[in-house]
Ligand binder design. Structure first.
Ligand SMILES: [Zn+2]
Ligand SMILES: [Zn+2]
Length: 451
């Protein structure tokens, strides 16, 4: 790939979108950053190229998600522009106009799962996943790594790629026993066909720069060297910062910038970070300088102690133990015998309950993956959602992977048609990533549509 030496940036503060006016996920998150970046003169540097965001198409959303009832019901224009901002960076990278890029957009996305009944963890749609699926469809990329450095577990991205051996997902985050969304334990390591391609690093509250760099040096970088992705995406959440009001970690702007310098992501997409004045402008500036290959040593936020924060021995041992356990999982990643599983059942099944904290929805899901010898296997998902308002939705969703084989496509389509004719589901969906077609059916209207 022929790349220039530029770093691409997209800003989208989404002025007209907030959960409530005083909610921590609001437009000021990016306004202070933008001021700082202009003040530092970063936008005038020849190595920085700013791009305007664009709207993602409904089809780009439907390629990744099942939005209930339809895409238009789950997204605003702001969501489409945030996702579209990531797509602009992706296109610029693939065109060779930039060496790397950072989409500084909101609303964030990493808590949005494959099925979307509403907003959870401030997210409706997953900007990184939409970008990855777009890159695969448009440019034929296959192996992609997502490193999620937000303080919260990237449970949405994990859900979307849980059965995909070609997407490596590593998330480090504050231990789920002490922070939303309450997941991201080492035992969540991917389905049987993608075992070890999901790695979760729960960290103790109070983890410092030293702690996250231990994880980076001893787990993330060696695993990436083994996996050899065509592209590295960073879900760049900045809420591990020591001033963040929503979490309890002790990472500094320097710690984040150095992380970026070592990780060298092709594309970073902003996730969380809620210390609007004391962290975000500094962390974002540090990351941009690191991506541009420039000196970031002068980026020091108020309250940062020059000798850095210190972790006690107990916390250090916790981090070392988790990294050792995950290294073992990674080494055993190819030891699951799918033939043995298949001889017992054609489908692998998992059950999930999902809570949508922002919208007050309880979801119960049964997901079946066909253990196909020819392809990644299709997914059949039954999902029942109970909204606080009393609305209930019972849906069936069929998903064909990019490499879907003829038999899986036929069988999934048959399930789709049977699902429609049984009249028990409010909505039935068919997501065919091979032909890039996305259909839905409403029982109430007795009508099919295409996104
Ligand atoms: Zn977060
Ligand atoms: Zn198949």
């Amino acid at each position: 790939m022929n790349r220039s030496d530029k770093t691409g940036l997209v800003f989208f503060p989404a002025f007209d979108w907030a959960i409530t006016p005083t909610h921590p996920e609001r437009q000021e998150r990016l306004l202070y950053t933008r001021d700082q970046i202009f003040e530092e003169g970063l936008m005038d540097l020849p190595c920085i190229r700013e791009y305007k965001p664009r709207l993602a198409a409904f089809k780009d959303i439907a390629r990744t998600h099942f939005c209930i009832p339809a895409v238009k019901d789950q997204v605003t224009e702001a969501h489409l522009i945030a996702a579209g901002g990531a797509l602009v960076i992706a296109d610029a990278l693939m065109a060779g106009e930039i060496r790397n890029g950072f989409a500084l957009v909101r609303p964030p996305g990493h808590h949005a799962m494959r099925i979307v009944h509403g907003n959870r963890g401030f997210c409706n749609i997953n900007n990184e996943a939409i970008m990855i699926d777009y890159l695969r469809k448009k440019y034929g990329l296959r192996k992609i790594a997502v490193i999620d450095t937000d303080v919260h577990h990237g449970d949405g991205t994990q859900d979307i790629y849980y059965h995909d051996p070609d997407v490596l997902f590593i998330s480090f985050h504050q231990d789920g026993r002490t922070l939303y969304p309450g997941s991201g334990f080492t035992s969540e390591a991917g389905g049987p066909t993608a075992y070890g391609r999901t790695l979760n690093v729960p960290l103790p509250p109070g983890t410092t720069d030293e702690g996250i760099h231990y994880v980076l040096d001893n787990l993330i970088l060696p695993v990436l060297a083994d996996f050899k992705p065509e592209l590295v995406v960073n879900s760049a959440g900045q809420d591990s910062h020591f001033t963040d009001p929503l979490a309890n970690m002790k990472v500094t702007a320097q710690g984040y910038a150095r992380l970026n310098e070592k990780l060298r992501p092709d594309i970073a997409v902003l996730e969380g970070g809620y210390a609007i004045e004391t962290a975000l402008p500094y962390v974002n500036t540090g990351i941009i300088l690191a991506m541009a290959g420039m000196d970031y040593s002068n980026v020091v936020e108020p309250g940062c102690v020059s000798e850095g924060f210190v972790m006690n021995q107990e916390k250090k041992e916790w981090v070392e133990k988790v990294v050792a356990e995950l290294t073992g999982i990674w080494e055993r990643r190819d030891t699951i015998d799918i033939e043995v599983l298949r001889s017992k059942s054609e489908f692998f099944q998992r059950q999930k309950t999902v809570y949508y904290d922002t919208d007050g929805i309880n979801e119960y899901q049964t997901e079946r993956l066909r253990l196909c010898p020819e392809c990644g296997g299709f997914l059949a998902i039954n999902s029942q959602a109970y909204h606080h308002s009393g609305i209930q939705h019972n849906i069936l969703a069929l998903s064909i992977p990019y490499n879907g084989c003829h038999e899986c496509r036929e069988e999934a389509y048959e399930e789709y048609e049977t699902g429609i004719s049984r009249k028990v589901y409010d909505y039935v969906y068919f997501q065919d990533k091979v032909s890039d077609t996305y259909r839905g059916y409403s029982r109430e209207k007795d009508r099919e549509w295409e996104e």
